[in-house]
Design a protein around this ligand. Structure first.
Ligand code: TYM
Length: 328
């Protein structure tokens, strides 16, 4: 059976971008693939979170994975730092990764610009750790949002380079997977780029109806179209992009028609969008509360998931050590 690996950093609650970019695919794929989904706690250390915050966030992401419908009887759910073999592979990949190519990664350059006081080596080697997560299990497919495309290219590059250096056909190149054929980027509601935790423009899976409605009603819009069928400016396209994934096609078509005939009322569109987001998230929120209050269950799921991940990781590390010339 083909293998699937993916993870999300624990930085509080998951948001709609995480859901549509990643988790929705996780749920879809668990029936057809051998799936390993983890909480990327090592990756989250680049910003030096407090120990208590990271502890809570790891549990939150576990609970949210389960609340969204990942079934531990079908997929393994584990915490990245429970599978220590990943660190060894990370070290080997770092030996084959060049400073210039790591410095050219767009998300690294962005971080350098945004947080010049904390440009640490973990941030620089973020793509090699991610490659280790994926290649460790010889993943065929990796469900991720559009923002991870470059990291995925790096993972493929590190796989090819390892094979070339050691003259083997060992690692295979993993593909990105998107539930609707094309890579998805959920925009923020503030008219800026993507929805993201550090952008502070998120709708969280845990948000209640009042919070969701307030956030959507505050979304940035413009003064409306003046010419029939005109192209939508980014801020308006953002609303439509979110509607495309949360609402029925008939709803989307209705507002598209209204836009095209210059009759759109943004207030109506936002009300509908808020209602559709609420009906998607209300049952998820209920289940998050349930799972979040059951530490014992979360720990069991993580323990069993780590056992499965460890089995495949131990085999890879043994083989990689032999390839590299270490005693197995
Ligand atoms: P992270 O934690 O930033 O995001 C987790 C997943 O959510 C997706 N995502 C989005 N998709 C669409 N629109 C958005 N606005 C949006 N925001 C986030 C991301 O694309 C991602 O799929 N490096 C990874 C974590 C990671 C990983 C891995 C992923 C570590 N090792 C191995 C896959 C395989 C990250 O920081 O994602």
């Amino acid at each position: 059976m083909e293998k699937v690996v993916s993870g999300i950093r624990p930085t509080g609650n998951l948001h709609l971008g995480n859901y549509f970019g990643a988790v929705k695919s996780f749920v879809k794929m668990q029936d057809d693939y051998d799936c390993l989904f983890f909480v990327a706690d090592w990756h989250s250390l680049t910003t030096h979170p407090k120990p208590e915050d990271i502890r809570q966030s790891v549990k939150t992401v576990m609970a949210e994975y389960l609340a969204c419908g990942i079934d531990p009887n079908k997929a393994s759910i584990y915490v990245q730092s429970d599978v220590k073999e990943v660190l060894e592979l990370y070290l080997y990949f770092n030996m084959n990764a060049y400073l210039g190519e790591l410095e050219r990664v767009t998300s690294f350059k962005e971080k350098v610009r945004k947080q010049p006081d904390n440009v640490n080596a973990g941030l620089l080697t973020y793509p090699t750790l991610m490659a280790a997560d994926i290649l460790m299990h010889k993943a065929d497919k990796v469900p991720v949002g559009k923002d991870q495309e470059q990291n995925m290219e790096m993972a493929r590059l590190f796989a090819r380079r390892f094979n070339r250096i050691y003259d083997v056909e060992y690692f295979k190149e993993p593909e990105s997977f998107h539930f609707s054929d094309k890579a998805i980027k959920i925009p923020g509601l503030d008219g800026s780029g993507k929805m993201g935790k550090s952008e502070g423009n998120c709708i969280y899976l845990f948000d209640d109806e009042k919070t969701i409605t307030k956030k959507v009603m505050k979304a940035v819009t413009d003064s409306g179209p003046t010419v029939p069928n005109q192209e939508k400016p980014d801020v308006i396209q953002n609303l439509f992009t979110i509607m495309e994934v949360v609402s029925d096609k008939s709803t989307l078509d209705y507002f598209n028609d209204k836009w095209n005939s210059c009759e759109i009322r943004y207030g109506d569109m936002k009300k509908q969008l808020a209602a559709d987001i609420c009906s998607l998230l209300a049952p998820i929120r209920e289940r998050i509360l349930e799972f979040r209050s059951n530490d014992e269950y979360l720990e069991r799921v993580a323990r069993e998931g780590a056992e499965h991940a460890h089995e495949s990781a131990a085999k890879t590390i043994q083989e990689v050590r032999e390839i590299i010339g270490f005693h197995g």
